[in-house]
Design a protein around this ligand. Structure first.
Ligand code: C2O
Ligand code: CU
Ligand code: CU
Length: 521
């Protein structure tokens, strides 16, 4: 395998570099807004309209849902005009889909978006060429063990006026999954516009744990954005007008369930928060303003072996954290959920409710184990970054391959593999595989210079085990810079074509995504 020629990337540098007069856009400084004047929006729950026959599965019926992608207006703060967003039905984040393990659902995803995009498309990106329709969409349920034809393959996009009906068998354990757009080359824009929502799987095992439920269990979607003074979304652009792609977006307006600086009245008792980092590129480092300890009880693909106490957790784009916060010793206090210096939302703790006596079980779900010796294959997958003459990031590639090169990862169904992500870049990349769940084995520093010269790994330090809160089932793993990150995965589910990619959406849209294929034995 050889590094792809740098010439492939010259088109980016050669694109007009003349900085044309940018249109005047006054950005909003979110700190100028009144804090904690809006209540936290509780996400609506999707309603099935009845049972329908599952296509291609004679005799099988499943609850049917119809969810339309639409342009909506939503006030993200009391003192701002309504923001134009794209959501599902009438909200962004869209309605939460509540499902049970083993009970499949049919969802018709309808594209009712307008014909024009309102965010800056870069026609140089693969799949977003000028001959493609501006508005394209396809829905993927992140973390779902779904058949390939229902997984939302990035090239399976469709235009306004069309719809697709996908079947999700839900043959998996209780977990907080999420649905979001996955259209090739404009995914970052479609998510930034608001096309995301929760998809929660429940099961009997979890029910027996007696965790906080009903109004004591609250899904939270956290995203960062830039807003203009008139409340509209602002997506940053490069200085090249015809090649507006930027390598990263870190907004200064923190939306929780679509609101800035909202508050939630809570009782002095245990609460469960199903938290999703739905940001394009920001890693949230979450803590509470009173530094109190909370517990992480689950990760991407479900419950941990036991609750992990923490005062600060890191959640990368695409990752979920299942958190339990005990407010019982804090009646009357106001506690802010924060990420570094950003304030996200406020909890206003009232009195203890009548049913406050619950405590957290000491043991949750047995820790998953896959023996390393059961792996039939180890794949070494380097991440390369290409920069232009000014040192600006142009493209990051998985295994040195572009999206449209032949499929190289072809695991055999029901076999176990170890994937070693060799990160030669200065960034952490949250690496996500569709279809499967995996366990992180370790992260280990290596000599990058040696690797670039010899394509062999020379370790320079000891292997570091995953953090306790990463020890459960994952579908997204932080591949840290200058580290080899290893995970072990059994390719269960369905043969067919899926994708794996970095979940920093700007990277994903610019070639940091590859197809992979689960093949029959
Ligand atoms: Cu969150 Cu390819 O997915
Ligand atoms: Cu996914
Ligand atoms: Cu990345």
């Amino acid at each position: 395998m050889s590094l792809p020629s740098r010439r492939r990337f010259l088109k980016y540098c050669l694109a007009s570099t003349a900085a044309l007069a940018a249109p005047v856009r006054t950005q909003l400084n979110p700190e100028s807004l009144a804090k904690y004047v809006d209540p936290l929006p509780l996400l609506p729950v999707a309603k099935s309209t009845g049972m329908r026959a599952v296509p291609g599965k004679p005799g099988l019926r499943a609850p049917y849902y119809k969810l339309a992608m639409r342009e909506i207006r939503s006030q993200v703060h009391r003192d701002l005009p309504a923001t134009r967003l794209w959501g599902y039905e009438s909200s962004s984040p869209g309605p939460t889909i509540e499902t049970r393990s083993g009970q499949g659902v049919l969802i018709e995803w309808v594209n009712q978006l307008p014909d024009r995009h309102f965010l800056p498309i870069d026609h140089h990106l693969h799949g977003a060429e000028a001959d493609k329709p501006e508005v394209r969409a396809v829905v993927h349920v992140h973390g779902a063990k779904a058949p390939p034809e229902s997984d939302g393959y990035p090239e399976d996009w469709y235009v306004p006026g069309q719809s697709r009906t996908y079947y999700y068998p839900n043959g998996q354990e209780a977990a907080a999954l999420w649905y979001h757009d996955h259209a090739m080359g404009i995914n970052r824009l479609n998510l930034y516009a608001g096309l995301l929502g929760f998809y929660i799987v429940r099961d009997d095992f979890e029910d027996r744990l007696n965790l906080p439920t009903g109004r004591y269990e609250i899904p939270l979607v956290i995203c960062d954005r830039f807003l203009l003074a008139d409340g509209q979304l602002d997506y940053p652009v490069s200085p090249k007008p015809d090649a507006p792609w930027v390598p990263e977006v870190f907004g200064n307006a923190m939306l929780v369930n679509g609101k800035l600086f909202s508050y939630l009245d809570v009782e002095a008792r245990l609460y469960r928060f199903r938290l999703l980092n739905g940001a394009n590129g920001r890693f949230f480092r979450l803590s509470l303003s009173n530094d109190q300890t909370f517990h992480q009880i689950g990760t991407d693909q479900g419950l941990l072996g036991a609750p992990v106490p923490a005062t600060k957790i890191v959640v990368a784009p695409g990752e979920r954290a299942d958190l339990v916060i005990d407010f019982s010793a804090h009646a009357g206090e106001r506690i802010v959920l924060q990420s570094d210096t950003f304030e996200l939302m406020q909890f206003r703790v009232g009195k203890a409710g009548p049913s406050a006596a619950r405590s957290l079980p000491a043991v949750l779900r047995p820790e998953p184990q896959i023996a390393e010796s059961s792996a039939v294959k180890t794949r070494e997958l380097p991440i390369y970054e290409f920069k232009d003459d000014r040192g600006e990031s142009i493209t990051m590639l998985l295994a040195g391959m572009h999206w449209d090169m032949p499929i190289t990862e072809k695991p055999v169904i029901d076999t176990v593999e170890i994937w070693s992500i060799v990160n030669l870049t200065e960034d952490t990349h949250p690496i996500h595989l569709h279809l499967v769940r995996f366990r992180i084995l370790d992260r280990r520093p290596f000599d990058d210079f040696h690797y670039l010269n010899s394509r062999t790994i020379r370790y320079t330090g000891n292997a570091i085990p995953p953090e306790p809160y990463e020890a459960g089932w994952k579908d997204t793993v932080r591949a840290n810079p200058m580290m080899v990150t290893r995970f072990i995965v059994k390719f269960e589910g369905f043969p067919g074509r899926y994708v794996w990619h970095c979940h920093v959406l700007e990277h994903e849209d610019n070639e940091m995504m590859r197809p992979y294929e689960v093949v029959r034995a």
